[in-house]
Ligand binder design. Sequence first.
Ligand code: ADP
Ligand code: MG
Length: 679
Amino acid sequence: MLESEVTVLPGVGEKTAKILEKAGFFTVKDLFYYLPRTYENYQSAVKIRDVEPGKVTIKAKVKDAKTHYGRRRNFAITEATLYDDTDSIRAVWFNQPYRAKQLETGKDFYFSGDYELKNGRYQLMSPSVNLATLDNSVGETGFMPVYSSKNALKPDAFRRLFRGFRPEFAKIPDLLPKTEHTPSFVKENARKEALYKAHYATNDKEAKQAREYLAYEELFELILAAKLNKQETQKLRAEKIPYDDKAMKDLLKSLKFTLTDAQKLATWEIIKDLGKPTPMNRLLQGDVGAGKTVVAAASAFQAIRSGFQVALLAPTAVLAVQHAEGLDALLGPLGVKIGLLTGATKHKTELKRQIEQGNVDLVVGTHALITDDTRFKNLALCVIDEQHRFGVNQRQKLLLKSPEGAAPHLLSMTATPIPRSLQLTVFGDLDISTIKQLPKGRQPIKTKAMNSFNMKDELYPKIREELEKGRQIYWICKNIEDSPSLETISVKKQAKKLKTIFKSAKIEFLHGRMKPAEKDEIMEKFAKKQIDILVSTTVVEVGVNVPNASAIVIMDAENYGLAQLHQLRGRVGRGAHQSYCYLITGGENPPTRRLKELENSTDGFYLAEVDLKLRGPGEIYGALQHGALDLKIASFSDTHLIAKARKHAEDVAKNPEIMLKYKELSKSIKRYQQLTTLN
Ligand code: ADP
Ligand code: MG
C-alpha cells in the first residue's frame, strides 16, 4: 500500500498528484514519511490578562485588522487588536499582507508568538495564526502538527491533505522482522501506530513516542545495510600478502625517525589484514600530522616486496605530487619504482604501458587514475588518502582495477576522525585503526580567533615576527575573485593588500581554478621557500606538508566547518617551530562558539564530535554527498536506540534469509547499501 502512487489516497486527484510529484512525493510512503517538523501546542493557551513578555499562545478574536504599506511600497505592515473576555492586545505582522483578509472579525483563532516591546509598546510579533475551529484536531485537542513547506506546498496544504488520510493508516503493514533481540516497542502494528501518531498526535508524549519508533526504524535500516555490506565484501577474494620481516626491517632502518607505538600498532593491524584471502577494508584515522603516510608506505612496501603493485590516490594534484616525491625519497632507495599519474602528466601513454606491464610498483595519482583507462598488471593494494574526499562511485571503480577474480585490499586514510556514533551506524563494522598519539616533540598550535578590525594591532606584528624568523605563512581566503555579491575577501584582493603591508615578503596566490601545472609550480616554490606568504583557497587543505610554515591565517573563518578548520590548521605545526593559527571573522560579531572550540582544543576527535552535533554527517564527510546519509528522523545522539538496533540488525545479518519475507525492508536496505558501500 505504501508503494502505491499518491492518487490512491482520498482527496488526491490528478491535479494534486502533479503538485505532489513536483515536490518529490511519488508514493504514499514518500508522503506518510514526511513528518511534521514540529508541533504547536495550544493546550498552553493563556488568557490575555495573564500574558507576559516572551513566547505566548492565546485564543482570541480579532478586530480592526488592517494592512498599510511602508515608505517603500513593497513593505507591508498588518496590525490588529486581539481580544478575549479578559483583555486585549495588539499584534503586528510584517510583509504578510494576506493576514488582514484571513483575520475575520468575530472568529476564534489561536495565536502563537513573541510578546515584546517594540517602538515603545508591547505587541505580539508576527504570531502564527490558526482558526480554532479547524476540524483537524486543533480545535478539539489544541495540538497541531507543523509541516515544513516543500516547493509550492505550504504547511497548511499538508495539514489539509492529511486531514483526509486518517483511515488509510490502518492499512500500513509492519516493516521490521521479529528476532531474538527485537526491542519490545517494535510490536505488532507499531509502525502504523507510530506513523499515525506522528501526523495526528494529540499531545507531546504521543508525538515523542511516534518519533522514537520511526527513528529506530531508520537506524535499524542504516545499521543492517552496513552489516550486510561488510558480509558481502568478505565473500570477495583478495591476494594474500605474506608478512615479510626483512622488508619491514629494511624500511624501518631507512627512516630518519622511529615509529610511535600508535603507528606500529596500526601498521601491524594492516599487515594482519593483508595476509588474509579476503580484501582488507580498513580506515586509518589519525589527526593531521599524526604520521599516516609512513604507515601506508610500510604497508605498500610489503605488497611490493611480494611482487604486487600498489596504487595511492590523492584528492588533489598538489598532494599527489607531494606524495610521489615523499615516497620516492623513502622507497626509491629500496628499489621501488614510483609513477606519478595526474592530469598534468606528460607521456601518459608510455607511463600507462609501463603500469600495465608491471614495471611500475607504486602508482600515485589523482582521480584521473580511476576514471580513465589505466590498467594494472597485478594491483593488490589501494591506498586512498583523505578518503572522505572521494565519492562512493570512485571507490567502486578502483576496485574494478584489480586482476580478475581478486579485489584489491583497501586502505583509506582520513584526518577527519569518525565519531563513535557514526562508527556504530553509517560506518557499520568498518575496521578502523587509529593513531591518537602525535610524534614526539610537536608543540601544540596556538589558535586565536579575532575580528578583522583587530588584525592591524594583533595580527600583523605577529606575522612580521614570523617572517623575520624566516618562517612562512599560509593565508586562506574563501573565494578566488571579488564579487559584489560576496562579503568574503578574495584570494586576489588579499594578496594585493598583503603586498602593501609586508613589503619585503614574497607573496603569491594559489587557487583551484589555476592549471594543474601552475598549481604545482607555486606549491613547489612554497616548499622551496621561494614564497613567504601563500595566499590560497582551501586547495591547500589536505595533506600539504611544508614544515617551515609556522602560521596560518584563515579569513572569514565562520564560513567553514570545524573539521575543515582543524584540517587547515594542520598545515602548520609540522616542524619543530611553535606554530600559530589565526581565525579571522568578518563583520562586527564576536567569534562564534565554534571558533572558540578551536581555540580551546587541538583534538580532532573531539572537534569531529562537536561538528557532527552542529552540522550533521553529510556536511563533514563530503563524500557522503548531498547529505544522503543525514538522518531524517533519528539523531546520532540516540545512543540507546543505536545500541538496540545493532543487536537487532545483527540477528538479521546472521540469518539474511529472514529478509526474503520482508520485501519492503529488503528494497530500502539495498538502497542504503549503495550509499554506505565503503564499509
Ligand atoms: P598525516 O597523518 O597528517 O598524513 P604525515 O604522514 O604527513 O601526517 O606526517 C607528518 C610529518 O611527520 C611528516 O613530516 C613525517 O615525516 C613526520 N613523521 C611521521 N611519523 C613520525 C615519527 N614517528 N616521528 C617523527 N616524525 C614523524
Ligand atoms: Mg596526510
